[in-house]
Design a protein around this ligand. Structure first.
Ligand code: AMP
Ligand code: GLY
Length: 421
């Protein structure tokens, strides 16, 4: 099969790595890809958010199957365009991608299907939003409705902070994403991510993970896209996962189908778990990054069969072969991340690292310059290892981190702490 993966991060490198291990893959192209992906697949610099361009590229390259990595092309309807052109694709339609692209839509779906989530109000003007905040009190969570690159969520400790966030959002700080605002009850508990493949009708859980969103050790400093992850997440026990499927995921899928927008792709459910009860924080319509890197390390080549079956509507035939293993990813980022960071610093030591089914350095923001790997973004490497225990996976990952020669980079030294202490 000729396969095209859309995206350029650690998520897409790990997906490409898993696909390449599956004998069904004859040719793999990743668009646009990065320096690490270029070592295992062809890369093509095309505009992946333009449906016409992607369809044309797929047709010219005899692509049989497209796997969409990030949310932007999904929200732009690229999966719809591919389906219209008769190309098999993994990823939801533009309509179904509203589960990530609109927080108000997700809340409405939860209401309709009875999925447990935070109480909320949905507003299109600041006066009504502030009145709601005054009535509810703090802490309270203020969210821009649309896609804001992970930045449109303010956890306000005081009513004044919430009011300022409301003014910022309606004042245009998050552009069109903030034209509508969702205000939510602050949920306590421990967060975990649950990844479920969906084929429009059937669901198949493929793993759990925990992310580390803050930039600094001990969960300090500003929020990031994710500084590290591990899988499985011990807080998401089998019993809680079963409950989340029964009370949240399956009802959501049934509601989407009922509305004529069946969901096909991976559903990433962010859950808050308190006293053994899961509640939905948010849905994403793609794999999490770096969570995907830890998941792919555990699933290996079977990940491709599962993803392919989801796209073909055959999930009911599939089973996941679980190993009793653990995987952990440490993100190495460029100094300054998540703010502005310098590009172009040289990353050494990568060639000397032995990569195998338990040790991989997935690339995110990297490029090749004069034969050398250089940093080209904020999150740069996802150093990922697998082990029989989480402690072993962590020790292996940090041993690799220590062998990377990149003075301009940094990482958190405590990935996995919640599950290890
Ligand atoms: P979201 O983009 O909706 O996932 O929000 C980003 C982060 O904000 C989540 O991962 C949570 O850590 C936090 N968060 C969002 N909504 C809530 C909530 N209602 N209660 C507590 N924390 C929340
Ligand atoms: N790691 C969080 C995300 O991918 O949204």
């Amino acid at each position: 099969m000729n396969i095209l993966i859309l995206g350029s991060g650690g998520r897409e490198h790990s997906l490409a790595w898993a696909v390449m291990q599956n004998p069904k893959c004859d040719k793999l192209i990743v668009a646009p890809g990065n320096a690490g992906i270029a070592q295992i697949a062809d890369c093509a610099a095309i505009d992946i958010n333009d449906g016409g361009t992607v369809v044309q590229f797929a047709e010219r390259n005899n692509i049989d199957f497209v796997i969409v990595g990030p949310e932007a092309p999904l929200a732009a309807g690229v999966a719809d365009r591919l389906r219209e052109a008769g190309v098999l694709v993994f990823g939801p339609s533009k309509a179904a991608a509203a589960l990530e692209a609109s927080k108000a839509f997700t809340k409405e779906i939860c209401d309709a299907c009875g999925a447990p989530t935070a109480a909320y109000g949905h507003f299109t003007d600041a006066v009504a939003a502030k009145a709601y905040v005054q009535q509810q009190g703090a802490p309270i969570v203020v969210k821009a409705d649309g896609l804001a690159a992970g930045k449109g969520v303010i956890i306000a400790e005081t009513v004044a902070e919430a009011e300022a966030a409301i003014d910022d959002m309606f004042g245009g700080e998050f552009g069109a994403a903030g034209a509508e605002v969702v205000i939510e009850e602050f949920m306590r508990g421990e967060e975990a991510s649950f990844f479920i493949l969906c084929d429009g009708e059937n669901v198949l859980p493929i793993g759990t993970a925990q992310d580390h969103k803050r930039v600094g050790d001990g969960d300090t400093g500003p929020n990031t896209g994710g500084m590290g992850a591990y899988s499985p997440a011990p807080v998401l026990t089998d019993e809680i996962a079963e409950r989340a499927l029964a009370e949240i995921v399956r009802p959501t899928m049934a509601e989407m189908a009922k509305r004529g927008m069946p969901y096909q792709g991976v559903l990433y459910a962010g859950l808050m778990i308190e006293n053994g009860l899961p509640r939905l924080v948010e849905y994403n319509v793609r794999f999490g990054d770096p969570e995907c890197q830890a998941l792919m390390m555990r699933l290996g080549g079977q990940a491709f069969d599962l993803i392919h079956a989801a796209a073909e509507g055959r999930l009911s035939e599939m089973r996941v072969n679980w190993a009793e293993d653990h995987a952990l990813t440490v993100v190495m980022a460029a100094a300054g991340y998540p703010g502005d960071c310098e590009k172009g610093s040289v990353i050494g030591g990568l060639d000397a690292l032995a990569e195998d089914s338990s040790h991989m350095v997935f690339h995110a923001g990297t490029a090749l310059r004069d034969g050398q790997v250089v940093a080209s973004g904020g999150r740069v490497l996802g150093v990922t290892a697998r082990g029989d225990t989480l402690a072993q996976a962590r020790d292996r990952a940090y041993a690799m981190v220590d062998a990377v020669d990149w003075p301009e980079g940094f990482c958190r030294r405590d990935i996995g702490w919640r599950a290890l202490t």
